[in-house]
Design a protein. Structure first.
Length: 404
C-alpha cells in the first residue's frame, strides 16, 4: 500500500509527532511505501522536495506579515499546490492526515477531493470541534465554543487574545465545512472520550473509530520499583491546564512526601514563586530531561502523577510510564479514566482528593505496588503494542479504500 502521512511538524516536538514517526516506522517495517508532507523547518528530522514554505506566527512580525499568516491559517495556497504535486507524483492509495491546522490548513482537502483519494485523520486534540484546541481558557474548560457555536469564542475571547480569537473563529467555520463536506472519510480518535465529544459536536458516529496511540515497548522496558524509590514525580509542560497548582496545594498537605516537578513552560516562574513564598520545602523543580536521563528519574520515583484540569485526550507520557511499570495517579477527566483503574484516579482540581490518593499509594506495601505495576505494564502491551496498532490502522485504511 502507498500512504502519505501529513503533519505540520517533522521533528519530535511532542506526543503527536511521536505517534506520527512511529506510524511511519510501523508501516514501512511492514512493507508499505510511505511518503511524508509538511512545511519546511530547520528543526525537521526529515523532509523532501515537496515540502511547502513555513508559516510564522511570531507576534513580533510587522502587522502585514501577521495578517498574511492569518489568511494562510484559513487557506494556504502554497501548501495546497505543493501537496498537489506530491499526490500527482506519488499516486497514494490513501492519505493519513494528522495535525494540519495553522501551518498547512484544510486547503489540502481540495487536492484529495479533486483526485478522489481516500483520507483518514487522527484527532490528537479538539481543534476540529472548537477554535481553542484545548477547549480550556481563563482557567476553565469551555464546552460552549464547541460545534456550531464557534462565535462564542469571540464572546469569551477563548484564545485569550482578541486578534487570535477572531482568526480562530473564522478558521473554525471554514474548517468545519471543509472537513465534513469535502474530504475526511474517517476520523481516528485515540480515546473514546474524544470520539464521544466529536459526536456531541455533530460528527457522524460511523465515520469515527477509536485506536489507542502506539508506543514501542522496547523503548520503555518494565522495571518494578524497589524499596529505595522515593518521592512523587510530575513530568511535562508547566502550563495552567496541567493542574500543577493543585499538585502544590496537595504537597502542602503532606509535607513529609517529596514532590519533584520535571519540565519547563510558561508557569515555571509562578510555580517557583509559590514554592518560595509558601515555604514548600518538600517540592523541587528540575529542568526538562529526556532519553535515558528522564527514564532513570521516572524509575526513581515511588509514584507519578498527572493532575490535569483540562480534557486530556490520550496523554502519551502516561502510557509510556505505564509501560515501564510506574504507578501513575491521574485526574478523573477527559481520556485519563480509560488508561487507569478507578483506585488510581482522583477528582480534578481537588487537592484533598489528590493528597489522599498519594498518601494511600505512597504508604502501600511494596508488594501491592509491584502488583499494580505489572498489571499496568501488561495492559499497555495489549492495548498500545505495535502489532495491535498496525492491525487496527490497516483495517481502517482497507475499509476506507474499499468503500470508495
Amino acid at each position: 500500500m502507498k500512504i502519505i502521512l501529513v503533519n505540520k511538524y517533522w521533528y519530535l516536538r511532542g506526543g503527536t509527532e511521536r505517534v506520527v514517526f512511529l506510524t511511519k516506522k510501523i508501516l514501512e517495517d511492514s512493507g508499505h511505501t510511505v511518503a511524508i508532507f509538511g512545511p519546511r523547518n530547520a528543526k525537521n528530522d526529515m523532509e523532501n522536495e515537496y515540502f511547502c514554505d513555513a508559516v510564522s506566527y511570531d507576534d513580533a512580525q510587522p502587522f502585514g506579515e501577521r495578517l498574511r499568516a492569518g489568511v494562510k491559517s484559513i487557506y494556504n495556497t502554497n501548501a495546497r499546490d505543493a501537496f498537489d504535486r506530491l499526490v500527482r507524483d506519488f499516486q497514494p492509495d490513501i492519505v493519513h492526515f494528522h495535525n494540519i491546522y495553522h501551518q498547512l490548513s484544510f486547503s489540502l482537502l481540495d487536492v484529495t477531493k479533486k483526485q478522489d483519494i481516500p483520507t483518514v485523520m487522527t484527532v490528537h486534540d479538539y481543534k476540529l470541534i472548537a477554535p481553542n484546541y484545548l477547549m480550556y481558557h481563563h482557567g476553565a474548560i469551555d464546552e460552549s465554543i464547541m460545534g456550531k457555536r464557534y462565535y462564542r469564542c469571540l464572546l469569551h475571547n477563548c484564545m485569550e487574545h482578541y486578534g487570535q480569537s477572531i482568526a480562530g473563529t473564522i478558521e473554525a467555520y471554514v474548517r468545519d465545512g471543509r472537513s465534513k463536506k469535502q474530504g475526511i472519510d474517517r476520523y481516528i480518535t485515540p480515546s473514546v472520550f474524544a470520539r464521544d465529544l466529536m459526536i456531541r459536536a455533530g460528527y457522524e458516529a460511523d465515520r469515527l473509530v477509536t485506536i489507542p496511540n502506539p508506543i514501542d515497548g522496547a523503548a520503555y522496558p518494565f522495571s518494578p520499583i524497589t524499596e529505595e524509590a522515593e518521592g512523587v514525580g510530575y513530568v511535562g509542560r508547566f502550563e495552567t491546564q496541567k493542574g500543577l497548582d493543585v499538585l502544590l496545594d496537595a504537597a502542602k498537605m503532606m509535607p513529609t512526601i517529596p514532590v519533584v516537578l520535571i519540565g519547563d513552560g510558561p508557569e515555571k516562574n509562578h510555580l517557583q514563586s509559590r514554592i518560595q513564598k509558601e515555604s514548600l520545602q518538600n517540592v523541587v523543580i528540575r529542568n526538562w530531561e529526556s532519553g535515558e536521563t528522564l527514564q532513570r528519574s521516572m524509575q526513581s520515583f515511588r509514584l507519578l502523577v498527572v493532575p490535569s484540569v483540562w480534557y486530556e485526550n490520550y496523554p502519551l507520557s502516561l502510557v509510556e510510564a505505564k509501560a515501564m511499570g510506574r504507578v501513575v495517579l491521574g485526574s478523573r477527566i477527559g481520556g485519563i479514566p480509560e488508561l487507569l483503574p478507578d483506585d488510581l484516579l482522583f477528582e480534578p482540581g481537588n487537592p484533598q482528593s489528590l493528597a489522599k490518593r498519594i498518601e494511600t499509594w505512597y504508604s502501600m506495601p511494596i508488594s501491592k505496588r509491584n502488583a499494580m505495576e505489572k498489571k499496568l505494564s501488561l495492559e499497555t502491551g495489549e492495548q498500545n503494542g505495535l502489532l495491535t496498532y498496525y492491525r487496527a490502522i490497516i483495517r481502517v485504511y482497507e475499509t476506507t479504500i474499499g468503500q470508495r
